[in-house]
Design a protein around this ligand. Structure first.
Ligand SMILES: *Cc1c(COP(=O)(O)O)cnc(C)c1O
Length: 813
C-alpha cells in the first residue's frame, strides 16, 4: 500500500518506465491504465497469496460458487475502492495531470453474463471476500462475452465483444493446473478385482486451462479466486499435419477450442445447442477435478478422506446450468477415487446446493436424451441410475401414482430435466425472493417440496453496496457518511439511521443537489453519444434491464404513447417534464423483443422531434446496456420502473440498485419489489397492478378477456391501434407482432389489464414529484431502507443457513 501520494506517484511513473520503456509524458492513456492496474495487481497479489496459504493451513471449509456467468464489469475502480486507495490514486494522478476516471474508462467490461443472474454472481463474490468468507467462483473464460449492441435506424445490431483484445490485466493463466475434459466416445463396464470399473474410450479430450482472477474484499483483507476455464489444445493433430493436411489440423484445433469461445446471449431462454451442453460439462468437470485435486492435497486422498469431502467443501450451483455437477462429482468419486455408489451419493448430495432463478416454463432447461448419451456417455449412465433409484423411492411412497412419478422423474418424455436433477442431487434448494420461493414450494415444485419438505428455503437477492452505492455514486456516499457516520460501509443496515433525517430540509437539498449532478453527468453522456439535449430539470424515469415480454417494456411504451396523445390533444396539460430512459439488450433470436426496441426508438423519433409538445417529454434508448452503463444511469434515476407481470420476475436486482441510489419505484407486487415495499412502507413506493395470485388464477381458471379491456378504455384502445394503423412512421406491418402478442394471445402478460392502473400510478408519481419536499423525503427513505438488499446480508444467510462456512481472517505476512 502507499503511505502517501508522493510514494504512489513515484511508483506509478516507475511502472510506466519499466513496463513500456517510456516516460510519463510519452505514455498513452491505455499504457497508463495498464501501468496503474499492474501496480494495483501487485499489491493485491501479496494478500492473494496470504489468503491461499491461510486457507490451506487452517483447513477451513471452502465454498465454490459454480456459475455459467459472471458479469463483473470493470475491476480497476472497484479494486481501488476495496483497497481503500481511490483517494490517494485520484489525487496523485491529478497532480500528474491525469483523471482517474479516464484511465478507468480504458478497461473493457468483463461482460461474461447476460443480466441479473451473472451480475448476482459477481456481487456474491464481492460480498464473500468482504465478509472474509472462503468462497470462490468457478466459470468459463468466454473469448467473446455478451455482444455489443448498436442501435442502427432504431434496430438492434449485434457486434462481437472482443474484450480480450488488449489483454486482461487482472487474470493469471495457470497452465500447470490444466485438466482434461472428455467428450463423446463410449463407456464399458469391466470387472476388476470384484469391482465394476467404467472404461471410457475413443473420447475427444479438451484441455481446460484455468485463468484466475483475484477477488478483493473490502479493506483488502481477504482475496479470493474466480477461476475461469478456457478450452485449449496444444496438441495439433500431427497425424493429419504430417500428411500435409494443415487445414484439417487447424480446423480441429478450433473446433475443440470453440467450447469457450462464446457466451450464449439468451436471458431466461436457454438455447438447446450441443455446444451449450458442452460448455456446461466443460467447466463443471474442470472445476470439480481441480477442487478434488486441491482437497486431496490439503485433506488427504484415501477413499476414507474423500468420504468426508462434504465437511470441507460446499458447491453451489447458480441455476441449473451447472447441474451436471451432480453426476460429475459421482463419477469422480466412483471412477477416480474408488468410492462405491452409496458413499459417493452420500458425499454428493451433502456437497451440492442449488438456487432456482425462474419459474418461466420456457426457461427450464431440458436436454434431449440422445444428445446427453452421445456427448456425455458416462454422465448419461449415472443420471440414468440416479433416475431409476429416485423413481423407485417415489414408487414406494406413491405406489401406482404414475403421473406424479413421471412429472418428477429426472428423465421423462425423451429429455433429461435439469431442475429435477438439481433438486434431487442437492441438500438445499432456494428461491431468490419470498414470493418466488413460495411459488416454487406451492406450485412449480410442489411435489418435490412434499417429498423433500426440509430442502426448500428462501434467500432474497442482494447487490453489493460497495460498487452500486459507494463507487457508482461517491457524492451520495460522502453525504451519507457526513450525515450518519461511516459505519454503514461495513454494516449497510446502518443506512436506516438516515430515516431520522428524511424530513431534514438541509439534507433534502443536498440529496437533490447530488442527484442533479448525476443527472447532468448522464445528460452530458447522452448529448455526446446521441446528440440529443435532455432537460436536466425533468424527471429521469428509468427502465434498464433485458428486453423481455414479461418485463413489459411494452406497458411503459404504450403509456408514453398515451401521454403523448394527451399532450397533443391538450398542449396545456399540466405535467412535470419527464425523460423516459430505456436501455437493454434483446436475445439475438427474440423477434418480439427486437421489435419492442424498434417501437421505443420510433416513439423517441416522433416525440423528441415534435415541437407541439414543447419538450415536455422525451424518450431515450441508450445503446449497449452493461455494468458500466448501469453505473452511469442508476445514480441519475428519479423513477425506477419495475413493472413485470406479477409472478414472473423471480427477484430482480436492478430494483435494489435503483432504490439504493434514491430512485422511487413504480412497480408491481412481483419479486423483491414486495420486500422493498415492506421495507420502505406504502408511502415511499408506488405499487399498481395484478398480484401474483391473481395472475396465476387467471392462468389456471381463465376469466380474462383482453377485448373487454380494449373496448372499454378509449385511451388504451387508441394507443394499441396506433401500433398498426399507420400513425407511426414505419411500414404498416412493422409492429404487427407486438399487436399480435397483445390482442391475439389474449395478452399473455396482462399489459392491457394493468394499463389503467399503471396510468394512475404514473399520475401519482407526477404529483409526488411536484411536491419536492415530499419527494426528497421518499428518496432518503429509499436509501435508508436499502440496507436489507445489500448482498452482504444475502451472502451471510447462505453462509450460515446453507454452506455452513465461517469467516477466516487473513493474517499479515
Ligand atoms: C443489475 C443488472 C441487471 C439486472 O437488472 P433487472 O432489472 O433485475 O433485470 C441486468 N444487467 C445489468 C448490466 C445489471 O447491472
Amino acid at each position: 500500500m502507499f503511505e502517501s501520494k508522493e510514494q504512489f506517484k513515484q511508483a506509478f511513473i516507475e511502472k510506466i518506465q519499466t513496463l513500456f520503456g517510456q516516460s510519463l509524458e510519452e505514455s498513452s492513456t491505455a499504457a497508463r491504465y495498464v501501468a496503474l492496474s499492474t501496480l494495483i495487481r501487485e499489491i493485491i497479489s501479496k494478500r492473494w497469496y496470504q489468503s491461499n496459504q491461510q486457507y490451506s493451513i487452517s483447513k477451513e471449509k471452502q465454498v465454490y460458487y459454480f456459475s455459467m456467468e459472471f458479469l463483473l464489469g470493470r475491476l480497476l475502480g472497484s479494486n481501488l475502492f476495496n483497497l481503500g486507495m481511490t483517494e490517494v490514486c485520484c489525487q496523485g494522478l491529478k497532480e500528474l495531470g491525469i483523471e482517474l476516471t479516464e484511465l478507468e474508462a480504458v478497461e473493457h467490461d468483463a461482460g461474461l453474463g447476460n443480466g441479473g443472474l451473472g451480475r448476482l454472481a459477481a456481487c456474491f463474490l464481492d460480498s464473500m471476500a468482504s465478509l472474509h468468507l472462503p468462497g470462490h467462483g468457478t466459470g468459463i473464460r468466454f473469448r467473446h462475452g455478451m455482444f455489443e449492441q448498436k442501435i442502427v435506424d432504431g434496430y438492434q445490431v449485434e457486434l462481437p465483444d472482443n474484450w480480450l483484445r488488449d489483454g486482461y490485466v487482472w487474470e493469471t493463466r495457470k497452465v500447470d493446473r490444466a485438466v482434461t475434459v472428455k467428450f463423446g466416445g463410449n463407456v464399458q463396464m469391466e470387472e476388476q478385482g470384484g469391482r465394476l470399473i467404467a472404461i471410457h474410450e475413443n473420447y475427444e479430450p479438451v484441455l481446460a486451462v484455468p485463468y484466475d482472477v483475484p477477488i478483493v474484499g473490502a479493506n483488502c483483507n481477504t482475496v479470493n479466486t474466480l477461476r475461469l476455464w478456457s478450452a485449449e489444445t496444444n496438441n495439433f493433430d500431427f497425424s493429419s499435419f504430417s500428411k500435409g493436411d494443415f487445414l484439417k489440423a487447424v480446423e480441429e484445433k478450433y473446433s475443440l477450442e470453440a467450447t469457450s469461445q462464446i457466451l450464449y446471449p439468451d436471458d431466461n431462454y436457454p438455447e438447446g445447442k450441443t455446444l451449450r451442453l458442452k460448455q456446461q460439462y466443460f467447466f463443471v468437470s474442470a472445476g470439480l477435478q481441480s477442487i478434488v485435486r486441491r482437497y486431496k492435497r490439503t485433506h488427504g486422498g484415501s477413499p476414507a478422506d474423500l468420504g468426508i469431502f462434504h465437511k470441507k467443501i460446499a458447491i453451489h450451483i447458480n441455476d441449473t446450468h451447472p447441474a451436471l455437477a451432480v453426476p460429475e462429482l459421482m463419477r469422480i468419486l466412483m471412477d477416480e477415487e474408488s468410492l462405491d455408489w452409496d458413499q459417493a451419493w452420500h458425499v454428493t448430495r451433502n456437497t451440492i446446493s442449488y438456487t432456482n432463478h425462474t419459474i418461466l416454463p420456457e426457461a427450464l432447461e431440458k436436454w434431449p436424451i440422445e444428445l446427453v448419451k452421445t456427448l456425455l456417455p458416462r454422465m448419461y449412465m449415472i443420471i440414468n441410475e440416479l433416475n431409476e433409484r429416485f423413481c423407485a423411492a417415489l414408487w414406494q411412497r406413491y405406489p401406482g401414482d404414475w403421473e406424479r412419478i413421471r412429472s418428477m422423474a429426472l428423465i421423462a418424455d425423451g429429455y433429461v430435466h435439469m431442475a429435477h436433477l438439481a433438486v434431487v442431487g442437492s441438500y438445499s434448494v432456494n428461491g431468490v425472493a419470498e414470493v418466488h420461493s413460495n411459488i416454487l414450494k406451492n406450485e412449480v415444485m410442489a411435489p418435490f417440496h412434499e417429498f423433500f419438505p426440509y430442502r426448500f428455503t428462501n434467500k432474497t437477492n442482494g447487490v453489493t453496496h460497495r460498487r452500486w452505492l459507494a463507487k457508482a455514486n461517491p457524492q451520495l456516499a460522502a453525504l451519507i457518511t457526513a450525515t450518519i457516520g461511516p459505519g454503514w460501509m461495513a454494516h449497510p443496515d446502518e443506512l436506516a439511521n438516515l430515516h431520522r433525517f428524511a424530513h431534514d430540509g438541509a439534507l433534502q437539498n443536498e440529496i437533490k443537489a447530488v442527484k442533479q449532478a448525476n443527472k447532468e453527468r448522464l445528460a452530458n453522456y447522452i448529448q455526446a453519444k446521441m446528440g440529443i439535449a435532455i432537460d436536466v430539470g425533468s424527471i429521469f424515469d428509468v427502465q434498464v434491464k433485458r428486453i423481455h415480454a414479461y418485463k413489459r417494456q411494452t406497458l411503459n411504451a404504450l403509456h408514453i404513447l398515451d401521454l403523448y396523445n394527451r399532450l397533443k390533444a391538450d398542449p396545456g396539460l399540466d405535467i412535470e417534464p419527464r425523460t423516459f430512459i430505456f436501455a437493454g439488450k434483446s436475445a439475438t433470436g427474440y423477434y418480439l423483443a427486437k421489435r419492442i426496441i424498434k417501437f421505443i426508438n420510433t416513439l423517441a423519433q416522433v416525440i423528441n422531434n415534435d415541437p407541439a409538445i414543447g419538450g415536455k417529454i422525451k424518450v431515450i434508448f441508450l445503446e449497449n446496456y452493461s455494468v458500466s452503463l448501469a453505473e452511469l444511469i442508476i445514480p441519475a434515476a428519479d423513477v425506477s420502473e419495475q413493472i413485470s407481470t406479477a409472478s414472473k420476475e423471480a427477484s430482480g436486482t436492478g430494483n435494489m440498485k435503483l432504490m439504493m441510489n434514491g430512485a422511487i419505484t413504480i412497480g408491481t407486487l412481483d419479486g423483491a419489489n414486495i420486500e422493498i415495499k415492506d421495507e420502505v412502507g406504502d408511502d415511499n413506493i408506488v405499487i399498481f397492478g395484478l398480484t401474483a395470485e391473481q395472475v396465476m388464477n387467471y392462468y389456471k381458471y381463465g376469466g380474462y378477456n383482453v377485448l373487454d379491456v380494449y373496448n372499454n378504455n378509449p385511451r388504451l384502445k387508441l394507443a394499441v391501434d396506433q401500433l398498426i394503423n399507420g400513425f407511426l412512421p414505419v411500414s404498416p406491418d412493422e409492429f404487427d407482432c407486438i399487436h399480435h402478442s397483445l390482442m391475439r394471445t389474449n395478452d399473455e402478460y396482462f399489459v392491457l389489464k394493468d394499463f389503467a392502473n399503471y396510468a394512475v400510478a404514473q399520475e401519482r408519481i407526477n404529483n409526488l414529484y411536484g411536491k419536492q419536499r415530499c419527494w426528497q423525503s421518499m428518496a432518503i427513505n429509499n436509501i435508508a431502507f436499502s440496507g436489507r438488499f445489500a448482498s452482504d446480508r444475502t451472502v451471510s444467510e447462505y453462509a450460515i443457513g446453507i454452506w455452513k462456512i465461517k469467516p477466516v481472517v487473513i493474517r499479515e505476512n
